[in-house]
Write a protein that binds this ligand. Structure first.
Ligand code: ATP
Length: 387
């Protein structure tokens, strides 16, 4: 049965490479060039293995994506984008390198840097919570990673401890670009204008919607649906009595009894409830500030051991998020608390850093929590031992 898609090329060439270049292009690798070793983990469409290049003896993590699953769920575009972003961020400090890709009849292969120390989550869980030096260090690395992505108009949209991998020196490598949004020049300009002009009052929007239309599309991050015009109505709550936006066909389309963000079953991309930004839930414009929200969640989690918005199911978590129901356990460092509060603003435009335009998050870097942090040196110095 699996012969069905044998000839499917999921990477249709945009244009043939000029023949003259062929001489200097290294030959395309194939699965035969690697010895596949231990299973590392799996995602919705993929399984990751440790592998060794038979020629160089170098270790890699190879992500094997099953074409059958990708096609069945129509996720070709996601995979293409993931590959494009990994390629863009290759050799950028703080990101998993994509060393090559190839395919056979059955699968697509992404050959990546092997992050020897796994992801950040088990470290947080093991020690309960990080001490302030570790939190500060890892938070600083995340700020740098956000700068690198956002400068390139890449919004990750699924930053969370599980997607923060650790290399052999315990420096972070951001992974999992299955949910990225790449902003076009026009979208980038719109996003910037949106943020600089004050954004949107999502608390008000939530009241207008009376919680009725948190988005819950089948497509977790319904890209082609994000329109900046829709924010024009944000100033008015006048139609609240009539049900407001829930009456429009658009809103109705987004209405469903319970959002299903976190679907474990194979065959769909998973956005994780705890770190989802309110604008994603409320169908407001997606800007780089969505990652700043996640940054706030992750700093909170490193400090306290748990993500800030919790609940027994995703629906409860989503309600906590759109109410921005934050509470800080006793002993939470005051500077960290202030920083988290400034990042976890419902209105994306109000988040610390959202209005920075220099390509560097100067307003985050200069927050008292990062006092004495030399951001240029953070990735060059040995991280504090996690405790
Ligand atoms: P989804 O596809 O649903 O978003 P995912 O991102 O977890 O899920 P994969 O990218 O296939 O799926 O990753 C599967 C597992 O492999 C994860 O647990 C991840 O930590 C691990 N992993 C991924 N890339 C690497 C890497 N370069 N080095 C080490 N481990 C990795």
């Amino acid at each position: 049965h699996h012969h069905q898609n044998n000839s499917t090329n999921l990477y249709p060439a945009k244009s043939s490479p000029p023949a003259a270049n062929n001489a200097i292009t290294p030959p395309k690798k194939s699965p035969k060039d690697f010895i596949f070793g231990k299973y590392i983990g799996e995602g919705s469409f993929s399984t990751v293995y440790l592998a060794v290049d038979v020629n160089t003896k170098r270790e890699y993590a190879i992500k094997v994506c099953e074409k059958r699953l990708i096609l069945r769920e129509h996720k070709q575009e996601y995979i293409r984008r993931e590959r494009e972003v990994m390629h863009t961020l290759t050799n950028v400090p703080g990101f998993v390198n994509l060393s090559c890709t190839f395919q056979d009849a059955r699968s697509l292969y992404f050959v990546m840097t092997y992050a020897k120390n796994g992801d950040l989550l088990p470290y947080i869980n093991k020690v309960g919570s990080f001490d302030i030096d570790s939190t500060r260090h890892y938070a600083a690395e995340l700020v740098l990673a956000c700068e690198q992505m956002h400068r390139r108009n890449i919004v990750h949209r699924d930053l969370k401890p599980e997607n923060i991998l650790l290399d052999e020196d315990m420096h972070t490598l951001i992974a999992d670009f299955g949910s990225v949004k790449i902003l076009s020049a026009e979208e980038k300009a719109q996003a910037q204008e949106f943020l600089l002009s004050g954004g949107i009052d999502l608390a008000k929007k939530a009241r207008c919607q009376s919680g009725g239309s948190m988005r819950s599309d089948d497509d977790d991050y319904n890209d082609d649906d994000e329109d900046y015009e829709s924010t024009g109505s944000s100033g008015s709550c006048g139609d609240a009595e009539t049900g407001g936006e829930t009456d429009s066909p658009r809103a109705r389309r987004h209405q469903a009894p319970a959002p299903r963000y976190h679907r474990k079953r194979r065959g769909s991309f998973v956005g994780t409830a705890q770190y989802v930004s309110p604008e994603v839930l409320q169908n407001a414009p997606i800007t780089p500030a969505a990652d700043l929200w996640a940054l706030g969640c992750i700093i909170y989690q490193m400090m306290s051991g748990l993500p800030p918005f919790r609940g027994s199911n995703d629906y409860v978590i989503f309600k906590e998020i759109i109410a921005c129901n934050l509470d800080f356990p006793q002993g939470f460092d005051k500077d960290a608390e202030d920083l988290v509060k400034k990042l976890l603003k419902l209105n994306p435009a109000e988040r610390l850093g959202a209005q920075d335009t220099s390509g560097q998050y100067d307003s985050i870097r200069s927050h008292p929590f990062f006092k004495n942090v030399d951001f240029e040196a953070v990735r060059q110095t040995t991280p504090p031992a996690i405790s």
